[in-house]
Every structure is written in C-alpha cells, then in structure tokens.
Write a protein that binds this ligand. Sequence first.
Ligand SMILES: *Cc1c(COP(=O)(O)O)cnc(C)c1O
Length: 429
Amino acid sequence: MERSIRSLPMQPEQDKRQVALERAEELKHRIEGYLDAVKNIPTGFALAEQNEARKSKILEYFGATESDWNNWRWQMRNRISDVKELRQILPLSDEEAGHIEFVSKKFRWAVSPYYLSLMQADNPSCPVRMQGIPSIWEIRDNWGKEDPMAEEFTSPAPRITRRYADRLIINVTNQCAMFCRHCQRRRNIGEVDRPAAVEDVKAAIDYIRANPEVRDVLITGGDPLTLSDEWLDWILTELDSIEHVEIKRIGSRVPVTMPQRITPELCEMLEKHHPIFINTHFNHPMEVTREALKATRMLAKAGIPLGNQAVLLKGINNDPNVMKKLNQELLKIHVRPYYIFHAKHVKGTAHFITTIQEGLEIMEHLRGYTSGLAVPWYIINAPGGAGKTPLLPQYLLSVEKDNVMIRTWEGKVFRCTNGGYIDDSNDAC
Ligand SMILES: *Cc1c(COP(=O)(O)O)cnc(C)c1O
C-alpha cells in the first residue's frame, strides 16, 4: 500500500478527482455529435411497429397466416420476384416499375416476404430496399468484371475456392433467401436455384481429406442455410470425420433476410458439430430487428459464435455514424462485427462502390469512440484472389531504433520507448 502511494506523483486526493472530472467532461463532448446524429438513424427495433403493419399487409396479400410467416419454407416459396406482385405490396412509380422489369431481363432478383416487410414504402432510397430491389444503375453503370476475384482460377477441385494455406471455401449452393443487389457472385446466381450436385460436394470433401494442412472449412454459397437440415448434417458429419479439420464456419445471410430459418431443430443439428462458427452479413441498423434477435439468440444459446461481414455500400452505410450504430446494434444481438469489406468491382454493382477514404474515415470514427468489440477490420480484397488485406488509419507515425511516435484516437501524439531500457519520464509508454 505504502509503496504504491509513494510511486505516484504526490497529489492530494481532491486534485486527482478534479482531474478525472474534467477529463470526463471532455470525453462527453467527444460523443455529442454522434448522440445527435444517431437520433435520425432508423433501426429495426425502433421501427418494429411499422414493420409489423407491413407484415400484416403482406400476409393479407398472400392470404397467409402467422404460422406460414414463421415457416421458412413458406418464406422461400413465396419470395417476390415479379414486379406486378411487388407493386401490390410496395408502391412504385411507373418509371421504377419499368426499370425493375428492364433490369430483371439481365439480373435475377427475389426478396423474401420478411425482408420485404423491412422496406420503407415511401422512400426509394431506403437502405433495405436498395439492397433487395433492382436499380437501373445495374445496367447503366456497366463497368467492372464478372469475377474480379478470379474464383474460377482458384478452384483446385469442384466447388472449392482456395486462396490460403490452411483454410478454404466449399460452395454448396447458388440459392439465397434474397439476391443482394451488391452480390459479388452474381454470375453464379443464374436463372434457377441449384444446390451443388452430390458428386461435386463429395469430390470437394475428398479434396479436403487429401490435404492435411486444411484445418478450417468455410461452407458458403449462395446461402448454405437454404439447404435442408439433413443435407447440411451430412456435409458437416463428413467434415467431422476428417481429423485435420479443426473448425467449420458457415457463411449465411438468413439471420438478416429470413431469420425464420433458424429453428430449434437446426440449432440442435448444428450443436452436434462443434466447434462451428457462423458469419452473417448485416449492412444497416434497420436490419437488426426483433426477429433477427430471436434467431441470433437461438444460435448463441447453441454455443455458436456469430460474426458479421458487412460490405461498405454507397447510399446504404458509407457514413461513420450509421456504421457505428450498426456495430453497436449487432452487439445487442450477440453478433461480433468481424469485417467491413470494401466493395469489389463486380459488373452491375459499380453504383455501390465508395472511395477507400470513406472506409478509413469510418474506421477512424470507431476506434476509441466505441467498444473495441464494435470495431471490425476494414478489408480490401487484392485483385485476382490474392487475399484479404487490412486497411487502417495511420496510428503509428514513425518508428526509430529507440522510440516510436504514435497518434491516439483523439489525435494526441506521444513518443513511446521502443523496447530495451524503459525510462519512466512522462512521455514514455
Ligand atoms: C475470406 C476467405 C476465407 C476466410 O478468411 P478469414 O480471414 O480467415 O476469415 C477463406 N478462404 C477464402 C477463399 C476466402 O475468400
């Protein structure tokens, strides 16, 4: 006790409290702008009643019941993919309807009734709507590549994408509950829902079995959770039988686009295959709803860690406050923000692409300003599938033999001792 007091600079208790109080005031000011801005950011929880009203209208249109709504097979069967049907539910101008019709000749679209219930009827730039309903810009902005990640060149076996030494992707279907307008694999979406052929999945599993350095297998698509519990169970059982496969991950957007898919039976099946992780894809706080929470809580209770891989999209989430709110809302539903991807130059999605500076500014507004748990990595994919590459604002200003200069989240600059003898003067850390 005596020792620790002596090692601190001599200051009366009163003065220390005063310093802390002043600092607390300063910290409060740091967050004022955000607290103001966040009042105007719509969230799924705050819009619950409006969503509920739209859901009733959709059920009425289909002549369906609450139990239909909660049945994911009903949600899949009744995906809306026809503009005439859409117009019965979501008011569209003749121009918008014409555009959707025109774009759908080139790119398939479909939305689950649930995801449609999150769309604001009176707002064409609603962030949920922009992700699900085709835009004329998919045709007008016609630059980019079909396959910028060169997935066709990184597939050593059917259905496998391998870009890393110890982990790979197995792509099990091209189906989704909703076809994202920013989809990076839209070239695979095709005209019909197509689960991978059984022989192809077997060949992919054989490849994994034959390559003992593969310890982490990502099951993705399309959306693997559009497959039946039985088929997924079979794939996971096969992977469990391979000794060198240490962990499995599922990449799925159903917690966002069709949370009804997360059933007690699915969770019971997944629990047999631990350790298993799920990464999902929320892009806006409006997607974080009570229904999503019900799904993510079930998965969390089944012991499955949940991560989020957002995509930075112009007009949807390219705003530091929106992204901060999204990541905070995600923690409320047990989902840990994992990645923010810089959008790729996929043909038909150019209108969503932002600058890198926008992504860096978002990161700058996260670190220090909110829970470290709410700070994902900002990732750009190197061309040709060369790998995920993190981008970070500059916090390390210089590195010398004996010391380094750092900048904190508030922009304070410090010199820190670099290894070796640590002198305890004030500027050393
Ligand atoms: C993204 C990706 C992975 C997983 O990367 P992590 O950084 O480990 O999450 C694995 N394989 C491929 C081909 C990928 O694109």
